[in-house]
Design a protein around this ligand. Structure first.
Ligand SMILES: [Zn+2]
Length: 301
């Protein structure tokens, strides 16, 4: 990455996000922030985060983490995390990576970017928790009439629709609204999108969910690794990557994956973007020399 990633700070207004994901609600305080932030301004692609909200996460979600480490890195008992998703612009193509909670802020964020739902042809999902698929529906109908929604086969097979145990009413509605446009899946290491300027590859990021996926975006000039829910609380999980929130469905694997992908980002010199990192949701990672990591958030100009 050779040039500044941030060129403008688009919009900021306090707002309230309807709470569509119950498992998050009890650990968040009130919404305090909303912005669309341009993360990467390149000749060949532009990455923007729709940051629906930033809230305080309670340290109680780290049920099995070392209490001393939690106390050290979350001394107030809370730390900020955002609810975010990404939009990539490349030529005439617009690619959504996740669709957030899909509340008022998210819909407004998309509109502020000038994105009309019918323009979206492809949506990539990191996983199928409710705070990543919320925007797919407008009421009970599909918001994106021309989009194909892609997810990892492992993720799809776990949640839909044959696995009644894992299925949720929200996913049933989405499946019913999108039909076959929601059933396309990919394998890890597969290229899931390409045009004349960029290509996007799906990387194994399992642990948070059975098919949790990271996306590597590459052009001739730059690269960006979207890590989904690899981390929920940056303040604690960069220095202590073993700390898993209760949302990590397989904590042991989530820990291994967290270290593997952060090491990969360091080795490759990749900036990372995360759905729950505090704004501006992107930055670079370094080893802290003590088995953990240090995160350097991209500065907003
Ligand atoms: Zn999430």
């Amino acid at each position: 990455m050779t040039q500044s990633l941030c060129s403008r700070f688009v919009f900021s207004v306090p707002s309230f996000v309807p709470c569509l994901v119950l498992y998050f609600v009890s650990f968040f305080a009130s919404t305090i922030f909303f912005a669309n932030i341009v993360l990467a301004q390149q000749d060949d692609f532009r990455a923007v985060v729709i940051n629906e909200s930033t809230r305080e996460m309670d340290s109680g979600i780290f049920v099995s983490a070392d209490p001393a480490a939690v106390k050290k890195y979350m001394p107030e008992g809370t730390a900020p995390a955002s609810m975010s998703s990404f939009v990539l612009f490349s030529g005439d193509d617009i690619v959504l990576i996740d669709t957030g909670l899909g509340g008022t802020n998210w819909v407004k964020g998309l509109a502020d970017l000038g994105v009309k739902p019918e323009k979206i042809k492809i949506i990539l999902l990191t996983h199928m928790h409710g705070d990543h698929i919320g925007g797919l529906l407008d009421g009970d109908t599909r918001r994106f009439p021309n989009a194909v929604v892609l997810s990892a086969k492992l993720e799809y097979d776990y949640w839909l629709p044959q696995n009644a145990k894992a299925g949720t009413p929200q996913l049933e509605k989405i499946k019913s609204a999108y039909g076959n446009d929601f059933s396309k899946t990919f394998e890890f290491d597969e290229q899931v999108f390409a045009n004349a300027s960029i290509k996007i590859k799906a990387l194994n990021a399992v642990g948070h969910t059975p098919g949790h996926t990271a996306f590597l975006i590459e052009s001739s000039k730059s690269r960006l690794l979207i890590v989904g829910d690899l981390l929920h609380v940056a303040a604690l999980q960069f220095p202590v990557p073993e700390a898993c929130p209760r949302y990590d469905m397989d904590p042991k694997t989530a820990t291994v994956t967290r270290k593997r992908l952060l090491d990969f980002a360091i080795q490759q010199g990749l900036p990372i973007g995360g759905m729950h990192l505090p704004a501006p949701n992107i930055g670079t990672v370094k080893s802290n020399g003590q088995g953990g990591y240090e995160f350097f958030a991209r500065k907003i100009k």
